[in-house]
Ligand binder design. Sequence first.
Ligand SMILES: Nc1ncnc2c1ncn2[C@@H]1O[C@H](COP(=O)(O)OP(=O)(O)OP(=O)(O)O)[C@@H](O)[C@H]1O
Ligand SMILES: [Mg+2]
Length: 342
Amino acid sequence: MAEGLERLVSAGAEDVERAAEAALRPKRLDEFVGQRVVRDQLGLVLEAALARGRAPDHVLLSGPPGLGKTTLAMIIAAELGTSVRITSGPAIQHAGDLAAVLSSLEEGEVLFLDEIHRIARPAEELLYVAMEDFRVDVVVGKGAGANAIGLTLPPFTVVGATTRAGLLPAPLRDRFGFTGHLEFYDDDELVQVLVRSAGLLGVDLHRAAANEIARRSRGTPRIANRLLRRVRDWAQVRGDGTLDRAAARAALEVYEVDEIGLDRLDRAVLHALCVRFGGGPVGLTTLAVAVGEEPETVETVAEPFLVREGLMGRTPRGRVATTRTWQHLHLRPPPTAPTLFA
Ligand SMILES: Nc1ncnc2c1ncn2[C@@H]1O[C@H](COP(=O)(O)OP(=O)(O)OP(=O)(O)O)[C@@H](O)[C@H]1O
Ligand SMILES: [Mg+2]
């Protein structure tokens, strides 16, 4: 990597990535690729609400990272012609934090609660009441003189997003009138995402290159867009600017994305599973420690795709390697290794 580029990447890699991502976000429902079921259902909910002139039911969006939850939340506000207030579970550590946000909402606004499963308990109870009765109790004063004043809120719509729907307490889940679960994208859909993004970036992406990138994007538009930008970098710096199949292959090799799209974390997880734990079963936490990651990262970022691809099995006793895992790592399973789907 050129020295200047390296510095830029290490200085503000996240900011640069986030800005690049925002620029590629579809703004309206009909630009949103794939997820036909969720899109149709959500389209109906929004159209009906618009026809009635009222805020729609609260919406919960769940699914692995990078599949379009935040994008859809912004689209919901845009389709309703309203503004969106953005906060997240980790930002709400006290009931007062949430009360402040709620009591400043305007009629019809969308309140986007990202990572809603991480909201603090006391705030969660306040949220139940606000979502159901459009009411919030605000405590005024301190100590013995403190007083709870009930405030009526104007109708608004909560859009919650979570990578871990299973962690949401039932009373919270029940307060959403519509739940959309986002699925991994197929290669054709990812090609559409890539073609759209290439248009926005003003680069000429060959069809074969789009296929190659799509195939290695782990069913995830965020990854597809990220790999597209990396291929563009490669083509500009090392190639002749053409985004063809050869450029895509060469660039993806530099960035250590393998033939089926596994990245360094995925491979580290599979390698630990097979080599250190003999194919398992091994508990999630132990596996995460072995690769130096948080269990939540392994569980939400790496695991869903590995399980979907049959590269890892989940059993009540822990994670296990499958026949395909050993094959993919070019390893021979020990004769005693438990092989799932053998
Ligand atoms: N259906 C889609 N069509 C086109 N582009 C998409 C689509 N879904 C996602 N993207 C692109 O992928 C990027 C990531 O999507 P988004 O930020 O909405 O994911 P997310 O589900 O909120 O992820 P996280 O759980 O990490 O917050 C967006 O910037 C957008 O450009
Ligand atoms: Mg998001």
